[in-house]
Write a protein that binds this ligand. Structure first.
Ligand code: IMP
Ligand code: MG
Length: 337
């Protein structure tokens, strides 16, 4: 599977980071390019006993030889990026496209007040105001920043070259389908499209270069910030079910609801999914914690997965059975027809 795009089919926070960190190791991925908005996304990776919360760097740092690139469509906060490079020890394999727009203090300030903060309940990371400046063609780009000079690479060229050489490439989407500026629950959305085709554009590949689109769902649904969440539970009920989560970037409580088949079906359509992943199976079915083969799953867990496959008419090829990078049931070979 030379080029795989991975995106979320709900409202973000479905475990893309964990799945990317797994796939990069398993598939010996040569290049991972991060797409999506920017540092408003928090991807959590639990690897070799340590928890990493990444807002800029691709989650594939777990695979020692994988190049870690940030596509020109992505907003960069240099301070956050440099800190993550240091924490993950990934210096030397990180590349930032010169055309990435840069988040400055004024963007963060504007994002922490007024309409975006109060009505949309944005992450306060400066992403919306920076994308607005970019549309107005006044945002500064990575090529102008001395701190980033050592990292500048032509990301579309590197990604396309790797694809043409038959190497495995991952495109790491961020946010989620229903946070898309075009396809989400407007105005309660992020500041650009974040579906699979936008992710391709973010890193500079055309639709014909993509072999697989994996849409990731969680076994239940969550959302942070404003906007509709069908079937929303009270915080107490979410706690009772073990679905009470705290947001990675903002520390806010995530609102929770059961798995939503209507949203999931539409996400499969909007993203052109060829496979799906379902994470946090162990939260619904604790007896499945840490399972690495389908046969280890309980009858109830299998029935849950089979029902999703029937409803979405799409194979669930990857299952998350715990927060650790390798806690995955990988059915890709088994389901290949
Ligand atoms: P912004 O992207 O910071 O402008 O926030 C707009 C909305 O998208 C808010 O409801 C945020 O909570 C939500 N949002 C943005 N990025 C993410 C993400 O990566 N995960 C979950 N929610 C997000
Ligand atoms: Mg997140």
């Amino acid at each position: 599977m030379p080029c795989t795009v991975l995106v979320c089919g709900f409202f973000g926070d479905t475990g893309k980071g964990k799945m990317i960190s797994y796939l990069a190791i398993k598939d010996k991925t040569a290049v991972t390019a991060r797409a999506g908005v920017g540092p408003n996304a928090g991807h959590t990776v639990v690897f070799e006993g340590k928890t990493y919360k990444l807002r800029m760097l691709p989650s594939a740092f777990t695979s020692p030889n994988c190049r870690l690139l940030i596509g020109p469509g992505v907003l960069v906060n240099p301070e956050v990026l440099l800190q993550e490079i240091q924490v993950t020890g990934s210096q030397g394999r990180v590349g930032v496209d010169p055309q990435c727009a840069i988040i400055e203090a004024k963007h963060i300030e504007a994002d922490k007040k007024g309409y975006l903060a109060q009505k949309i309940k944005s992450t306060g990371s400066g992403s919306g105001p920076c994308n607005a400046d970019r549309v107005m063609r006044v945002a500064k780009l990575a090529r102008e920043f001395p701190d980033l000079q050592d990292f500048l690479v032509d990301v579309p060229l590197e990604v396309n070259t790797a694809i043409n050489e038959g190497k495995n490439v991952l495109v790491e989407g961020t946010q989620g389908t229903y946070l898309s500026l075009f396809h989400g629950t407007y105005p309660y959305v992020t500041s650009k499209d974040v579906c699979a085709s936008a992710a391709c554009s973010d890193v500079g590949i055309g639709p014909t270069s993509v072999d697989e689109v994996i849409v990731v769902f969680k076994a239940y649904n969550t959302r942070v910030g404003g906007g509709p969440l069908p079937g929303e539970l009270s915080w107490e009920e979410a706690e009772r079910r073990g679905w009470a989560e705290i947001a990675t970037v903002t520390g806010r409580k995530r609102r929770a609801a059961p798995f939503d088949f209507d949203l999931a079906r539409r996400a499969v359509m909007l993203n052109g999914a060829t496979q799906t992943a379902v994470t946090k199976i162990d939260v619904l079915f604790p007896e499945c914690k840490g399972a690495q083969s389908y046969s280890e799953l309980s009858r109830e867990a299998k029935a849950f997965i089979e029902n999703i496959e029937k409803e979405l008419k799409m194979p669930v090829t990857l299952l998350g059975t715990g927060p650790g990078t390798m806690e995955v049931v990988d059915r890709r070979e088994e389901l290949k027809s």
